[in-house]
Design a protein around this ligand. Sequence first.
Ligand code: LLP
Length: 421
Amino acid sequence: MDHFLYRDGELFAEDVAVAEIAATVGTPFYCYSAATLTRHYRLFDEALAGMDHLVCYAMKAASNLAIVKLLGDMGAGMDVVSGGEYARAKAAGVPGERIVFSGVGKTRAEMRMALEGGIRQFNVESEPEMRALSEVACAMGARAPVTVRVNPDVDARTHAKIATGKSENKFGIPISRARAVFAEAAALEGLEVVGIDVHIGSQLTDLEPFRQAYAKVAELTETLRADGHDIRRLDLGGGLGIPYTTSNEVPPLPGDYGAVIRETVGHLGCEIEIEPGRLVAGNAGILVAGVIYVKSGEGRDFLILDAAMNDLIRPAMYDAHHDIVPVREPAPGAEGARYDVVGPVCETGDTFARARDMAAVAPGDLVAFRGAGAYGAVMASEYNSRPLVPEILVQGDQFAVIRARPTLDEMLNRDSIPCWL
Ligand code: LLP
């Protein structure tokens, strides 16, 4: 459920007309609903009620400071994957003890930064990383709390580019080698092993892969405890999918996912962490674009928007589907149209949808891409020297620009010309 609904013939974000925002900030822009973000976070928090738990929002999905602060103020933890995300979490007021640090390639500088600023745990992914972290911690006179990420070799049944839990993926250590790796971790002076981490992929629309992975983690917990490790924390990753169209099947809800967690690992008495990103932010954001032209091609009409692949890369990168709806609600019975929906960038990959049946629109009209809140703005670039797309947050009847569109001068001034030219 989200808070982008038609009212009085036009699309609203909560109690603000999307067209009003467009008139103020221009297009394209991302628009988030605070009510949807907080609602989704709460669903996860409630799904784990009764268990000692922390929902660590995967900031990579949407990491604007305002979003991080909104969720952090509700008590959310943060899952960060870079020094940049760590700095954002801290700047948004999230205490170190609620920040977990994931990723296969943490640098020593990033490790130092997190140890200095405070960290709940590092989710380490390899022996070389463990050794580096131990050295960094020892040099600082600290001990780094760690979980070791295991790769359970489970098929997440999602897009190949976002599946992470198969043995051929770069993530984690093979679960078959876990006992040896945990033994080494426990012997490293700078580390304090607190638990196990797993994350099998993103946009999962079926609970079965989670069940399989978590059952393996439960078994491993018992094995490692028998080996003498104090496994007291399980980080179960993120990955629960969202509906991207109103027509296809509805993925399981956070409550169903919570039940799988309870059934598979609930008996172990561990503190549970989860790292949802997409489900918190995805349907809490839309990308609003203006129609520049409608161009007739051979056997097709191109709907040319002022948003492009640099603003929303998901269709080009993952063949992802996003519903595209007009901001002015079509009159009942109005005739639809079929478009290839494209942006102005000079490559064919800059196509949002092919042969899309949707409401007929005209130059000057506004359209909204639904489900664009996660992995939208964060993956945007300035390709073709198109200014980075701005972000807006709506709460009730108020809206604020939470990242302004850079001016062309600001863009140009980031470059510098060497004196010898
Ligand atoms: N934890 C870890 C360790 C992750 O790698 C990820 C996502 C998450 C949590 C959050 O997963 P979520 O709940 O959002 O599914 N750019 C792609 C998605 C990449 C996901 C990467 N890892 C897309 O646009 O579909």
